[in-house]
Write a protein that binds this ligand. Structure first.
Ligand SMILES: [Zn+2]
Length: 146
């Protein structure tokens, strides 16, 4: 396992990059989390424990602990997956074009460990950003409080 610091923007926000062999991820993560974070699987809708989570707190990457979303950006999208209208800060996640499954979507990965989190859509009518980070519950952990 190697760690090195990357400067992602204008010298203020530092995200510690985490690189690990796939075998290590497989050993460390439960199979259902490994399938999503390292193999870009999607959990079935309405299955996630964090879907109904309404407490105040922070959602972080289940692979590495990087903080991803604050509860004050969570909203009920009706999609069956935990949905947020903004990331906790611009450097928390990285966006990639995803052309799998015959669609063009925007994949959202953890900026620290590159773990697959979900997808970003621009259909969140009525939210401050209009964006919907459609996340897998199993890709995240929730910590109550700030
Ligand atoms: Zn991560």
């Amino acid at each position: 396992m190697g760690r090195e610091k990357f400067l992602l923007s204008e010298g203020i926000d530092m995200v510690e990059k985490i690189t690990k062999d796939n075998a290590l991820w497989r050993a460390e993560l439960p199979p259902e989390r490994y399938a999503i974070l390292r193999q870009a699987a999607t959990e079935p809708p309405w299955s996630g424990d964090l879907l109904a989570e309404k407490r105040e707190g922070v959602y972080s990457c289940a692979g590495c602990g990087n903080a991803l979303f604050n509860s004050d950006t969570k909203f009920e999208s009706g999609s069956g997956w935990p949905s947020f209208f903004d990331a906790i800060n611009p450097d928390a996640v990285i966006l990639h074009e995803d052309k799998s499954l015959g669609m063009v979507r925007t994949e959202v990965v953890c900026a620290a460990c590159n773990g697959h989190l979900g997808h970003l859509f621009n259909d969140a009518v009525g939210t401050p950003t209009g964006q919907r980070y459609c996340m897998n519950s199993l890709a995240m952990e929730f910590d109550e409080g700030n």
